[in-house]
Design a protein around this ligand. Structure first.
Ligand code: NAD
Ligand code: UD1
Length: 339
C-alpha cells in the first residue's frame, strides 16, 4: 500500500483515477485549487468506493502549501494532473498557461526533491507528436511542435522531466501520452463537467442530447479521411485511469523517464461519433457542417504496443461503451456537479 499525492485529482481524469487508486488499496491525498472542478467529485469518489481520501485545497505553484502536504503525509509517489487544458484559451492568455502548466510543474518537482519523493506520473498528450508525424504514433518518433500553446506546455514539461531524470538518477518518471479521453464511470456519478461552452466533441454532443445546446457544429467536411471529417483515437476514461496505476507500479520498480501512449489505436471520425451516439443512445443529434477549426489535424491515433507489452495495459471498453457511459453521466447530471 502506498500514499499517492494526486495533483488536480478533483478534475475529470483525476477523479476517475482517485477511484481506481482507492479501490487498489492505496491512500490518496488530492491537491487541487478547484479552478476547473468541484469538491463534489471527490465526495462522490468516496461514496462510490466507501473509502476516504484527504483533500487539500491549494495550488501547485504554492511552494509552502506543497511542503506542508509532503510534511504531513509520507508520500511515496505523485500523479500530476493539475494544469489548464483549453486550447483556444491558451492562445489568448499564454502566460497563464505557461505559469500553471510549466512553472506549476517546476514548483511541484522542486517540492518533490525537497521531500525526497522521486516517483512521478505526468499527464502528457498526443499533441507532443506535432503536425508531421504519420499515425499510428509511436513513442520513439521524434516529437514535433504542437499547434497551440497548451500543447507546447506539455512538450516543454516532458522534455524538462526527461532532462531531470538524466541528470539525477533518483528520479523515476512516467509520461502518459493521452489520446482523446471520453466516457465516465459506469455509475454515472462522476464524469466530465466542462465550464461554459465545451471545446471538446464528446461533452458538446451530450449537451446537445440533453437540450443544453441546439446543435453540434462539425468542424470541416473536406479532410482526407474516410468520410471527410477528422479522425481521433477516443479512449474510455476508466481505461485511462487504470493505466496510471500500472505506470505507477512500473515506476516504483525502475528508474529513468519513459513515455507510453494511452489510446485504443482505432481512428474514429466525427460523423461516426455522432452516428454511433444516436444509435446506442436512441437520441437525435442535430448538426451542421461549419469551417475547419484552426490547428486541427485530419487524423491521429496511437500505437499502444509499448503500453501493452511493458505495462500490461489494454483498453477494455468499446466505442459503444464510451458513448453509453458519457450519456449516462450527462443525463443523470444535466448541469454537471451543480445538480
Ligand atoms: P480537468 O480540468 O478536469 O482537471 C485538471 C484539474 O487541475 C482541475 O481539477 C483543476 O482545478 C486543477 N488545477 C488546475 N490548475 C491547478 C493548479 N495550478 N494547482 C492546483 N490544481 C490545479 O482536466 P482533465 O481533463 O482531467 O485533465 C487532466 C490532465 O490531463 C491535464 O494536465 C490535462 O492537460 C491532461 N490531458 C487531458 C486531456 C483531455 O482530453 N482531457 C488530454 C491530454 C492530456
Ligand atoms: C483537443 C486539443 C488537444 C487537447 C485535447 C484535450 C485542439 C487542436 N486540440 O484535441 O490539444 O489535448 O483537445 O483537451 O484543440 N469537433 C467538432 N465540433 C465540436 C468539437 C470538436 O467537430 O464542437 C471535432 C474537432 O474538429 C476534432 C474532433 O471533433 O476533429 C475532436 O475534437 P476535441 O474533442 O476538441 O479533441 P482534439 O481536437 O483531438
Amino acid at each position: 500500500m502506498a500514499n499517492i499525492l494526486v495533483t488536480g485529482g478533483a478534475g475529470y481524469i483525476g477523479s476517475h483515477t482517485c477511484l481506481e487508486i482507492l479501490n487498489a488499496g492505496h491512500s490518496v491525498i488530492v491537491l487541487d485549487n478547484l479552478s476547473n472542478s468541484s469538491e463534489e467529485a471527490l465526495l462522490r469518489v468516496q461514496e462510490l468506493t466507501a473509502k476516504s481520501l484527504t483533500f487539500v485545497e491549494g495550488d501547485i505553484r504554492d511552494a509552502s502549501a506543497l511542503d506542508q502536504v509532503f510534511a504531513a503525509h509520507q508520500i511515496d509517489a505523485v500523479i500530476h494532473f493539475a494544469g489548464l487544458k483549453a486550447v483556444g484559451e491558451s492562445q489568448q492568455i499564454p502566460l497563464t498557461y505557461f505559469d500553471n502548466n510549466i512553472a506549476g510543474s517546476i514548483s511541484l518537482v522542486q517540492a518533490m526533491e525537497r521531500a525526497e519523493v522521486f516517483h512521478l506520473v505526468f499527464s502528457s498528450s498526443a499533441t507532443v507528436y506535432g503536425e508531421s508525424n504519420p499515425s499510428p504514433y509511436q513513442e520513439n518518433m521524434p516529437l514535433g511542435m504542437p499547434t497551440n500553446n497548451y500543447g507546447y506546455t506539455k512538450l516543454i514539461v516532458e522534455q524538462m522531466l526527461e532532462k531531470l531524470s538524466l541528470a539525477d538518477e533518483r528520479w523515476s518518471i512516467a509520461l502518459l501520452r493521452y489520446f482523446n479521453p471520453i466516457g465516465a464511470h459506469k455509475s454515472g456519478r462522476i464524469g466530465e463537467d466542462p465550464q461554459g461552452i465545451p471545446n471538446n466533441l464528446m461533452p458538446f454532443i451530450t449537451q446537445v442530447a440533453v437540450g443544453r445546446r441546439e446543435k453540434l457544429s462539425i468542424f470541416g467536411q473536406d479532410y482526407a479521411t474516410q468520410d471527410g471529417t477528422c479522425e481521433r483515437d477516443y479512449i474510455h476514461v476508466v481505461d485511462l485511469a487504470k493505466a496510471h496505476l500500472l505506470a505507477l507500479d512500473h515506476r516504483l520498480k525502475s528508474k529513468g523517464c519513459r513515455a507510453w501512449n494511452i489510446g485504443t489505436g482505432q481512428p474514429i471520425s466525427v460523423l461516426q461519433m455522432k452516428n454511433t451516439f444516436e444509435k446506442v443512445n436512441d437520441r437525435k443529434i442535430p448538426f451542421e457542417f461549419v469551417e475547419r477549426r484552426f490547428g486541427d489535424l485530419a487524423s491521429f491515433y496511437a500505437d499502444s504496443t509499448r503500453a501493452q507489452t511493458e505495462l500490461g495495459w489494454i483498453a477494455k471498453y468499446s466505442l459503444e461503451d464510451m458513448l453509453v457511459d458519457s450519456w449516462n453521466w450527462q443525463k443523470q447530471n444535466p448541469e454537471g456537479y451543480k445538480k
